[in-house]
Design a protein around this ligand. Structure first.
Ligand code: SF4
Ligand code: SF4
Length: 85
């Protein structure tokens, strides 16, 4: 059976439409890899975004975020599990 390749680096994903643009994740990130995006989401907030590299998977942004589901941190080695049909 073929083994799936996990993530080679940690990854942070912002669910833009759940983000309230409070900036807490941006302020707390020790690697400064999150930023306020210029466009507005469907609720009229500037959502946080990821620069695309440098996340160390510490999870500080996840714990600082007041909006459930707005930010997800995937650790290095994460493998997506396919759901059964
Ligand atoms: S997991 Fe840590 S390094 Fe990665 S974006 Fe969040 S606060 Fe920054
Ligand atoms: S802490 Fe959460 S709600 Fe606030 S800007 Fe970051 S992702 Fe958006």
């Amino acid at each position: 059976m073929e083994e799936k390749q996990g993530l080679t680096e940690p990854l942070v994903i912002v669910n833009e439409d759940e983000c309230k643009g409070c900036g807490l994740c941006i302020d707390i990130c020790p690697k400064d890899v999150l930023f306020e995006q210029p466009h507005l989401n469907r609720m009229g907030y500037h959502p946080a975004g990821y620069t695309g590299e440098g996340c160390i998977g510490c999870g500080h942004c996840f714990y600082a975020c007041p909006e459930p589901g707005a930010i997800t941190v995937l650790k290095k080695g994460y493998v997506e599990v396919e759901e059964a049909a």
